[in-house]
Design a protein around this ligand. Structure first.
Ligand SMILES: Nc1ncnc2c1ncn2[C@@H]1O[C@H](COP(=O)(O)OP(=O)(O)OP(=O)(O)O)[C@@H](O)[C@H]1O
Length: 259
């Protein structure tokens, strides 16, 4: 299932430091939304606030409202662990559990959530997730070998399989290709295109060509200077942001005059 995210006037803090200010945006389901902007403008911070990963840092908190299909993710009584199950995350560096087999890696999230399932069901979930991540054919004969024995691109697809196995509504990806070679990057970009049929996808990327290739909507963040909070400057259909942005700041960034 794919769900809609709506942020309303979100401020994000690390202790006293306000890292992101007053962001309101809608992230549509069954689409890819890219976050772009110069280093330090708060893209990753904002991304991590979407599944309540931000608050695991000591003193970090969020003000404002964040809705998933209308339900407040920061509302009283909402379990952040449950939010992270619904909104999965893939990180910059592929991070399979090194001592676990490929199959154990795929099922790791389910195990952490104490989901008990019979062996046959485990096999089914594992195959479905690996197929979903376009990795099944490459690993089906070595499911019991360590995940760390795969190439970087395969490891990143394994991490995507691990996220998909949880049947999330949203997939957050923080520069998922930055540690990969161009061929593996293309494989991940193709996969993102396929996954958007079933998930809401948000990707942080430094690579503007990548944002232009994979995303339907683009949000441009910027920062006025060191110590100032990052802000959302403009968001719209990717084609429009890259051809006729409304704000001069956006145009300066995408044409390489800044950042
Ligand atoms: N754990 C942390 N504790 C304190 N401040 C942090 C922490 N993580 C990030 N920040 C600060 O928050 C601001 C936004 O950082 P963030 O990593 O979200 O930016 P970004 O746009 O993703 O940058 P990059 O493109 O370089 O990854 C920066 O000023 C950064 O120094």
């Amino acid at each position: 299932m794919s769900k809609r995210i709506e942020a309303k006037n979100l401020d994000i803090y690390y202790g006293k430091f306000k890292a992101v200010e007053d962001v309101s945006m809608v992230i549509e389901p069954r689409a890819v939304t890219a976050f772009i902007g110069p280093s330090g403008c708060g893209k990753s911070t904002f991304l991590r606030s979407l599944n309540r990963m931000h608050e695991v840092i000591n003193g970090a908190y969020v003000e404002g409202e964040l809705l998933l299909d209308g339900h407040d993710l920061y509302g009283p009584g909402v379990d952040p662990v449950n939010v992270r199950r619904q909104i999965g995350m893939v990180f910059q560096r592929p991070n399979p559990f090194p001592t676990m087999s490929i199959k154990e890696n795929v099922l790791a999230g389910l195990r952490l959530n104490n989901k008990r399932m019979p062996g046959r069901e485990q096999d089914e979930v594992c195959e479905k997730a690996l197929r979903g991540a376009n990795l099944w054919e490459e690993v089906k004969n070595r499911l019991d070998l360590p995940g760390s024995g795969l190439s970087g691109g395969q490891q990143q697809r394994l991490c995507i399989a691990r996220a998909i196995a949880m049947a999330p509504d949203v997939l957050l990806m923080d520069e998922p290709c930055s540690a990969l070679d161009p061929i593996s990057t293309l494989a991940i970009e193709d996969l993102i295109q396929e996954l958007k049929a079933n998930y809401t996808i948000v990707i942080v990327t430094h690579n503007m060509q990548q944002a232009a290739r994979v995303s339907d909507s683009t949000a441009f963040f910027n920062i006025a200077g060191t110590g100032a909070p990052g802000k959302l400057i403009e968001m719209g259909p990717t084609e429009q942001i890259f051809s006729t942005p409304e704000k001069q700041e956006t145009e300066n960034y995408i044409t390489g005059r800044f950042g």
